[in-house]
Design a protein around this ligand. Structure first.
Ligand SMILES: [Zn+2]
Length: 252
């Protein structure tokens, strides 16, 4: 499985960029087999979790997910096709992040390629660093930063939006109250002698096990579909190589 683009795909993209079909290049790309293949590959790589809120969604349906460009298309159009700039995101996080610039203020501009050091970004880079190093959470509803980048991520993607709407209060002021309310909503009585925090942690571990079980069959199906899409792109690339002497497809 690869997040890189096959030469046949790059060629097709270049052709459509130069002579966009009706509706424009972006509309074409959004409906293309190339984007569909990339999205499935990202679903497998990220195990059906959003790069930003880390929520698990038990669906392998393309429409349920977005591909986000970490450094956005509006400000960094040259990075549009760089695999290190793609992440899988839920619709809400992608909408909240929108065209916000997450390249660190001090990083030199303009860019030719996606920067590799993780401190080049204001937020944790979803593929180069571990989400849990930077953010803690309660049931993927209440988020707290463990680092400056983690706090920035909460801010950029408005991760506490759902909890704050439910509680009618900002998270920082009423974290425990929110947790207690969540407990009540789960209809789980708090055992005597234990704290909300301990019980929430136990609930979290149980939920992670459920997620693993739910994810496994969906990821297995996505792996099959991705392999079929890659085989097709590989055949197209081999044909292209025979015709033009272009480079062979990337290794699997
Ligand atoms: Zn999300």
């Amino acid at each position: 499985m690869t997040l890189s683009l096959f030469p046949s795909e790059i060629k097709e993209i270049e052709q459509k960029r130069q002579a966009p079909p009706e509706g424009g290049f972006i509309k074409w790309f959004n409906k293309s087999a190339i984007k569909s293949r990339l999205k499935k590959a990202l679903m497998v790589t990220q195990e059906l979790r959003c790069a930003y809120c880390n929520s698990f969604f038990a669906t392998g349906v393309n429409m349920s997910w977005d591909i986000d460009h970490i450094l956005c298309r509006a400000k960094y159009p040259d990075l549009f096709l760089e695999p290190d700039n793609f992440v899988l995101s839920c619709k809400e996080c992608n909408g909240a992040k929108s065209d916000k610039d997450v390249l660190h203020t001090h990083h030199p501009r303009p860019l030719k390629h996606v920067p590799q050091p993780t401190d080049a970004y204001d937020i944790p880079h979803a593929r180069k660093t571990s989400w849990t190093t930077h953010v803690s959470h309660v049931a993927y509803l209440v988020y707290m930063g463990k680092s400056t980048q983690g706090w920035n991520l909460i801010d950029v993607c408005d991760l506490n939006r759902k909890a704050e709407i439910a509680a009618g209060q900002p998270v920082g002021a009423v974290k425990v109250a929110i947790e207690e309310k969540l407990f009540a909503s789960w209809d789980i009585p708090l055992p005597q002698g234990s704290t909300v925090t301990q019980e929430v942690a136990a609930y979290g571990l149980k939920r992670e096990k459920e997620i693993e079980l739910q994810a496994a069959p969906i990821i297995a199906e996505l792996n099959k579909k991705t392999a079929a899409a890659e085989a097709k792109a590989r055949r197209a690339t081999e044909k292209l190589a025979r015709e033009t002497g272009a480079q062979p497809p990337p290794p699997t």
